[in-house]
Design a protein. Structure first.
Length: 91
C-alpha cells in the first residue's frame, strides 16, 4: 500500500475569528452602574410590587444581574424581597 503524505495543516486553514479564545481579556468592556445604588434610588422592599415586577420575567422568575445590571448586594436584596412577596401572595 502506498502511504499518503499529508500536506497542509488544519490550523493554517482556520480564520482569524476561530483563533480567538474566550479567555482573552475583552478590550471593549464597559461598566454599567447599578440602578438601585445611585443617589435617589428606591429602597428595595417586598411591599413595593411595581419595583419588584421590573426585575422579574413574565413567568415570575427573577432576572439575572447580568441582564438588569444590578450590583451583587442589591441583587441579593431583590431576590429575598421577591421570594417574600411570593410567599405572602403579593405577586
Amino acid at each position: 500500500m502506498p502511504s499518503k503524505k499529508r500536506t497542509g495543516n488544519k490550523k493554517s486553514n482556520q480564520s482569524n475569528f476561530a483563533k480567538l479564545s474566550i479567555f482573552q481579556p475583552n478590550k471593549y468592556k464597559f461598566g454599567k452602574s447599578c440602578p438601585l445604588s445611585i443617589k435617589g434610588a428606591p429602597v428595595v422592599d417586598y411591599k413595593d410590587i411595581k419595583l419588584l415586577k421590573k426585575y422579574m420575567s413574565e413567568n415570575g422568575k427573577i432576572l439575572p444581574s447580568r441582564i438588569t445590571s444590578v450590583c451583587q448586594k442589591k441583587q441579593r436584596e431583590l431576590s429575598l424581597s421577591i421570594k417574600r412577596a411570593r410567599n405572602l401572595a403579593l405577586i
